[in-house]
Design a protein around this ligand. Structure first.
Ligand code: M6R
Length: 357
């Protein structure tokens, strides 16, 4: 039920700190160690490469998951769009592990890959919000998101939950391999929960951004580098699916190779700047688009801000910044859709669970 919320989407955005804390509880044992099915641990330890298969928002979580698995656990990882995989199946490694990421666990495009994977005799792990879902039943292993039912068509809390579970899986794998880590994942996810809570309390400011930048525009661009680029892709998807604004996410360094031609007087550009090592470069990209007339809104992380009018996110571990930086984008999309009189929870032409190929 929506309770006092006008829309499920807003309720689900607000639930994210709670979901983070539930994930911490579910994946932690009494000694504060990561609690994971021994079979899952073994399957990751035994593989030489992970192939993530997903669609839509879950695909975007997969892009972040790849960074976690490679940077934290040193496991080579590829991410594939499910509907493309059957035609573009890469040359598989000797011991592949397939990881299906799906909120619903019912997406047909993923299922057809899973059927193929099962025929080939490879191992499959499904990360899903729905226990007993088709993908969960038909794969060898399952990790649950514990996000609670997600009703709004636009996925929000499932995306942050997917990233949190992938981070835990990466840390567990690193620990099993004996790699040294300089952070405690559960403590860091707790910090993320608090940061999301602080942001959800600032939604008036984000509503104003939606009004100032998006109330009449035809298009909007999201730019970022590294993790911020991937989060920008998700920000763009959120905005287009519920507000029908043509939105695209671009890698900051790619602008000059073509897309900067799209910038006109007043084009809204939302720039993400949460990663210290690319802070200067993304800010140069912001200057490039502003010089050509863009109306830029910068979302940065505490300590990385440079201008007074930025949206500054509370400081969190740099790798976990996507879990926090997506929240202003969810809220901006929500308010943009609201101000443009769109049906926030049930956008046109879309279904919550896509059970056709
Ligand atoms: O249930 P799944 O995670 O497999 O669904 C995948 C996509 O259909 C889904 O993420 C879709 O893109 C959402 N509407 C995004 O908000």
């Amino acid at each position: 039920e929506k309770g006092t919320y006008p829309h499920f989407m807003l309720k689900e955005i607000d639930e994210q700190p709670f979901v983070m804390r539930r994930i911490i509880q579910e994946y932690q044992d009494d000694q504060d160690n990561i609690k994971l099915d021994e079979d899952v641990r073994q399957a990751v330890a035994d593989c030489d490469r992970i192939y993530i298969i997903a669609a839509g928002t879950s695909y975007h979580a997969g892009l972040i998951g790849k960074e976690f698995l490679e940077k934290i656990a040193q496991v080579p990882t590829e991410v594939h769009i499910a509907s493309e995989f059957s035609y573009n199946m890469p040359l598989l490694s000797e011991k592949p592990l397939f990881v299906f990421i799906s909120q619903s666990g019912e997406t047909a495009d993923l299922r057809s890959v899973l059927v193929e994977v099962n025929k080939l005799g490879h191992k499959a792990l499904t990360i899903t919000n729905v226990q007993g879902s088709t993908l969960s039943r038909e794969s060898h292993y399952t990790l649950l998101l514990h996000a609670g039912p997600e009703i709004a068509v636009a996925s929000t809390k499932a995306y942050t939950a997917q990233m949190a579970v992938l981070a835990i899986l990466a840390v567990d794998t690193a620990q099993a391999k004996g790699l040294t880590l300089d952070f405690d994942p559960m403590k860091e996810l707790g910090i993320v929960a608090n940061a999301i809570e602080a942001l959800c309390d600032q939604n008036e400011k984000l509503e104003q951004v939606a009004k100032d930048y998006l109330s009449t525009t035809r298009n909007c661009f999201f730019i970022g580098r590294g993790l911020d680029y991937h989060v920008g892709l998700e920000g763009a998807l959120k905005l287009k699916e519920i507000s029908y604004i043509q939105a695209e996410g671009f890698a900051g360094g790619e602008l000059k190779h073509g897309t900067i031609a799209l910038i006109e007087e007043g084009t809204p550009v939302i720039a993400l700047a949460t990663q210290e090592h690319v802070n200067s470069s993304i800010r140069s990209n912001v200057s490039e688009v502003v010089t050509r007339g863009a109306n830029a809104c910068i979302i940065s992380l505490e300590g990385l801000e440079r201008e007074g009018d930025e949206i500054i996110l509370p400081s969190v571990h740099t790798l976990l910044a996507p879990l926090v930086s997506v929240v202003p984008m969810q809220l901006i999309s929500y308010y943009a859709a609201l101000h443009r009189d769109c049906d926030v929870d049930k956008p046109r032409n879309l279904a919550k669970s896509v059970t056709v190929e």
